[in-house]
Design a binder for this molecule. Sequence first.
Ligand code: GLN
Length: 192
Amino acid sequence: MAPRVGVLDLQGDVAEHVEALQRAGAETFRIKRVEQLADLDGLVIPGGESTAIGKLMTRYGFMDAIPREARRGMGVYGTCAGLILVATEIDGSSQPRLGLIDMVAKRNAFGRQRESFEIDLDLPELGKEPVRAVFIRAPYVGSVGPGVRVLARVGEKIVMASAGKHLVTAFHPELTEDPRVHRYFLDLLGKS
Ligand code: GLN
């Protein structure tokens, strides 16, 4: 059976993730209310503005509901702003976060000159062909705790990591045609 995966539909690039998840083989749902989380295998938190998404998540009860569903077994994949929201710590900020992956997120951390850029990223875990990675005012992961797997770096900067069924990327695989990163998330969801 196809995994049931929701995309948090409060702000950000929701439609692109829905399409990418469908290409990867998931049954998809747009999630606007906490009740809709009940039967999901996975949830994507899209890119956008982490402070705006975080405020809306607090207002609509997602800050409590998502960690509760994660304890039940739901996996969460955060891209870009979503990466920031999944972290336990956000460097220099007290904005709300879910604390699902033991790591420090650094916001807008590639600097002004590199507001957005694209690179070919070596991701041995996904095969020989590099992944075309699109970064937009991207964060990176400064450091990770035990139990967190680092999957890709740009120089020294961690840009993809996983812990259990949870995944984060600093880049936006939903903006390319390559389904491998979303498929990787679906594979994580299938593991017990
Ligand atoms: N810089 C944004 C933030 O801090 C993230 C950018 C993005 O999601 N494309 O929320």
